[in-house]
Design a protein around this ligand. Structure first.
Ligand SMILES: *Cc1c(COP(=O)(O)O)cnc(C)c1O
Length: 466
């Protein structure tokens, strides 16, 4: 399998080089040159596989011979040994039309662990096998940074530096990042907001000399290895609802969405032949994706702070991947549309294309009030405590699912991680001990100004020979 860029200006690459590159050198995103399709017979055989076995099957279609099967198996095993349940992502039946896939049983209690635990193993493997120096650099609004740090802490050959906006992430998110005291981890707490952090990172990666000199590697959700790791649980979820529902009902999946990474993995799974009926994009009041599915206009709006901060995103960085398929893999057209987004601040698709979008996706954006309403309602009715991101997924299920359908809603975080919203519902929750334990640990972080030069100095100190 070869990988190409959505903008067509990168020579085809293998799997490992694709992951190491991160953002494509032409500014586009890397995608497989063709998507493998699983036959219904093979799908039938996959039904009984464990999570790890399923992972291995799916990856083997994408990694060529670049990683021997035995090595992959060991990496997958180590990746998911840190999860609190052997099922990795258990499926919970709520009622006859609703299942919840719990994606929060990893070390940082949010879905990003599923992909980033593997990504840590992957980088560690590449560092050893290919003698690559790996310096991971990223910005986070909370969940990604915590999961990435947990994915690589203590691993040889890798250093990780994460920028987060000073005092603008949730308390638990901050503690998950800053209570890690491994030598290969640096937390920079930047006096500014998330966009400021993101901008610094973007500028450093855009400086190709700096990027090469310091061996910078990305962890953000535009990395294809994350997308692929996330497809595994779409298959797993589908296989673990009742056999009768699989056989007689249409199966939808509702995904709390921000950067369009998670749901793009669903789009990929569907293209691979998984019989998903509707992929439901659930957003909060930052509803650019919902507006796109309804009207065909993709236009960033005003930023709103909501109860589900990990979905407070205006520009969905993985959207370009979908655009590529919507435009029938026409790289010139993708480049044109992306340029238009830059110059005119929006993309508008034709009515014919909009019809196809609506065939691929349903969408709903939950208001802050609805989010809290569903947390209260589900706690009362089903004795199931939703986190505010998952509550948006539930709102979208309530809105978009029909009579003869069942929906699997993804639970992307554990409610303990976002107690601020739970407390607003007058619900007192018991924290898992791993989270309570964080509250008394010492923190390790460097507070810096939003100043590129100061950040570069800190980085050079961190990368210097030790
Ligand atoms: C990152 C995140 C999301 C959004 O996922 P995308 O892949 O960016 O669409 C949703 N919920 C939680 C809890 C997250 O951490």
């Amino acid at each position: 399998m070869q990988y190409v860029s959505t903008r067509g200006q990168v020579a085809p690459k293998g799997f490992i080089d694709t992951v190491l590159m991160g953002l494509a050198d032409d500014g586009g995103l890397m995608i497989p040159a063709e998507i493998p399709v699983i036959s219904p017979e093979a799908l039938e055989e996959w039904k009984n596989l464990s999570y790890e076995e399923l992972f291995q099957q799916i990856f083997s279609l994408y990694i060529n011979d670049e990683i021997p099967a035995e090595d992959l198996k060991a990496m997958v095993k180590r990746s998911y040994a840190s999860f609190r349940t052997p099922e990795v992502t258990p499926v919970n039946k709520i009622n006859d039309s609703l299942y919840i896939l719990e994606l929060f049983h990893g070390p940082t209690f949010a879905f990003k662990d599923v992909a980033l635990q593997f990504m840590g193993e992957f980088y560690s493997y590449v560092s050893k096998k290919q003698n690559e120096i790996i310096h991971i650099l990223g910005a986070t609004s909370g969940d990604t940074g915590a999961a990435a740090i947990q994915g690589v802490r203590g691993k040889d050959g890798i250093k990780i530096c994460i920028l987060h906006p000073h005092q603008k992430v949730s308390k638990i998110q901050e503690l998950q990042m800053t209570t890690v005291n491994d030598e290969n981890v640096l937390n920079l707490s930047v006096k500014g907001n998330f966009d400021d952090c993101q901008k610094v990172i973007k500028d450093l990666f855009a400086d190709l000399d700096f990027k090469a000199k310091h061996h910078l590697r990305a962890i953000n959700s535009i990395n294809f290895v994350r997308i692929l790791a996330q497809t595994v649980y779409y298959f797993y979820a589908y296989f673990h609802i009742d056999a009768e529902a699989q056989a007689s009902k249409k199966v939808n999946i509702s995904v709390p969405s921000g950067n369009f990474g998670n749901i793009f993995s669903g789009f990929l799974a569907k293209r691979m032949g998984l019989p998903i009926h509707k992929l439901i994009i659930a957003t909060n009041e930052n509803n650019i994706l919902e507006r796109f599915v309804r009207t065909g206009e993709y236009k960033p709006g005003d930023f709103k702070s909501t109860h589900s901060p990990s979905m407070d995103i205006q520009v969905a960085s993985n959207f370009e991947r979908y655009l590529y398929y919507l435009l029938d893999e026409n790289v010139e057209k993708v480049s044109e549309y992306m340029k238009q987004l830059q110059t005119e601040g929006k993309i508008v698709v034709s009515p014919e294309l909009l019809a196809r979008v609506q065939n691929d996706f349903a969408a709903y954006g939950a208001s802050n009030d609805e989010c809290l309403k569903y947390i209260g309602e589900y706690n009362e009715k089903y004795d199931y405590l939703l986190d505010p991101h998952t509550a948006c997924g539930i709102a979208a299920y309530q809105e978009c699912s029909e009579e003869d359908e069942v929906t699997i809603t993804f639970a992307t975080a554990h409610p303990a991680k976002f107690d601020e919203a739970i407390a607003l519902c007058m619900i007192e929750q018991k924290f898992p001990e791993q989270i309570s334990a964080l509250l008394t640990k010492p923190q390790y972080q460097q507070v810096v100004d939003h100043d590129q030069d100061e950040i570069v100095r800190e980085l050079e100190k961190f990368y210097g020979d030790k």
